[in-house]
Design a protein around this ligand. Sequence first.
Ligand SMILES: Nc1ncnc2c1ncn2[C@@H]1O[C@H](COP(=O)(O)OP(=O)(O)OP(=O)(O)O)[C@@H](O)[C@H]1O
Ligand SMILES: [Mg+2]
Length: 336
Amino acid sequence: MTSSPPAIEAHGLVKTFGANRAVDGVDLVVDPGTVYGLLGPNGAGKTTTVKLLATLLKPDGGEARVFGHDVASEADRVRSLISLTGQYASVDEDLTGTENLVLLSRLIGYSKPQARSRAADLLDAFGLTEAAGRQAKGYSGGMRRRLDIAASLLSTPRLLFLDEPTTGLDPRSRNQVWDIVRAVVAQGTTVLLTTQYLDEADQLASRIAVIDRGRVIAEGTKGDLKASVGLGSVHVRLRDPDRRDEAATLLTTILGSDAQRESDPVALTVRIEPGDEPGAAGTATALAADRSATALRALADAGIVVDTFSLGQPSLDEVFLALTDRPATTDEERAA
Ligand SMILES: Nc1ncnc2c1ncn2[C@@H]1O[C@H](COP(=O)(O)OP(=O)(O)OP(=O)(O)O)[C@@H](O)[C@H]1O
Ligand SMILES: [Mg+2]
């Protein structure tokens, strides 16, 4: 054995809550220095998987190692290597940004001056300097999330778990969090990211596992995943509702799937089916752009005026449809 161990290696992980197999035989291998995406709907088992890997729950079956250390028998060693930003933020509402970070720094053994300087550095890096003296309960969702991630980076972890770091954030805050994740990885930390958003996994992760009902139903590079899922869809709004049928026929011919007529009388959405082009997996976006350009040209040639056009990435539902022949189901939907 010369190579270093994977950041995470899990085999057949199981966690049951009563009759519910929340994690039902999960295998994972995460290479050091990468962002790995765990993608799945509500109730898929993402948080439970993270808790097993982070030693917060004991597995009922299977085993997992973090940098070669067993999460069950070497839990302390594993804890010294990881940091966790939970889905439910761990900041103390009544403390200010600075107080939160100083307190947590002291808990992990920094001296008072060290804690102050570390807190100030992180608040600065996360754009929270102005808010540093205010109680966290007055922070917006995005600020709170940034404070929470800052807290998880007080000591530089080898492995950072980010559990749905951007759920509920507006696009600007999501972008800020994404930038933070990229910066953390650039410094050598491995990240396991859970998300319900394919575009988030696509932005950040090099490999993705799709998890459904406690099982990994697809795993690979994001190129692999997209190739199996399709190229996304084209959405157009036409000037003239009377030309919609004609446009639908044209788009269906070019893009290879039935145009969906939306309730908006000028709108059409069409999935782009992979054609016969010899395209490598990684060029899915370029291929999608090519095909939609052809479609737009055909509409223009037919004299059909397009007011707005957008090219959408496949949604999580489309991923699930492609992989399982059914949309993603959540806990509530299964219970109903
Ligand atoms: N402490 C618990 N006790 C009982 N059941 C639990 C517990 N934690 C999770 N579950 C159940 O385990 C399953 C997986 O839950 P988990 O929280 O891991 O899903 P998730 O993928 O993180 O979902 P979300 O996207 O909503 O956060 C669900 O059916 C959930 O209801
Ligand atoms: Mg969760």
